[in-house]
Design a binder for this molecule. Sequence first.
Ligand SMILES: [Zn+2]
Length: 289
Amino acid sequence: MKTLFYPFVLSILGCFFTSLTNASEVIKLEKNIYAIEEDGFTSLVILSNNGVLITDPANTLRAEKLQKQIKTLTDQPVTKIVLSHEHYDHVGGTEIFSKAKVICHSSCEEVFQLDTRNITPKKVHITFDKKLSFKFGNTTINLHHFGPADGFSSTVIYLPENAIAFSADLYADRYLIPGIWMDNDNYLGILNALKKMQSWQLKHAVNSHATTTSVKALNENTEFVTDLYNLVNTNINNTISTEGVGKAFDSINECSQALKLPKYKHWTNYNTELPAHIRRMALSILHGG
Ligand SMILES: [Zn+2]
């Protein structure tokens, strides 16, 4: 199994991930449960006798490739699409699956109404607020919204009987996500979601932009974000107690250059992107987002 995290590449407007390879990968996690990678996106794919559930088709081209792969596994049509969050690089291509009901956190719809790129689903059929549980064939599906994390609608898909979870854009594999992608992240929300996922004692942690389903990356990143929080929070509290909260805000940029987490110095982008992660964490702590 590869442990590659696909580099983030800018497209015309905003968050659109592309891969360096055209290879696809089908990973069987359990009977009827697969992680299928195409074009730098991995979808959770669940088969049943009455249809197929997928996550994040991503875009039209990738959705067509995913549909082809699914047809090698079953004759059943895709009947449910669960969107991990509202970001446009994840929510395109739903039109390829004409029989599918689209499921997304309730905050998706407001964002989709603002779409000027004509990427987002024409219709969201099912929404939920905090949690949605349902059976899909024999598989129990729990959709959890733990609050804003990467975007407002950040949803973790959890299969409790299979110890499998799917998440998107909450972490990468020993790779610091470039700061440009984190401007609307709530780092406390990300930490909260990672800790919840870790508490589930997963067998497989499927990550939208990675082909590894190992829980190692989840555990390492939970540790990284916890260490980052402790470092930044201690610094902020020291500054507030000695110089006041105004100074804590004013010194965010200075601290982002001065603070270090050498334990992670071998992670890709450590030198260039750690300051952005410190800034994002500082704002999440000081400003709530
Ligand atoms: Zn995202």
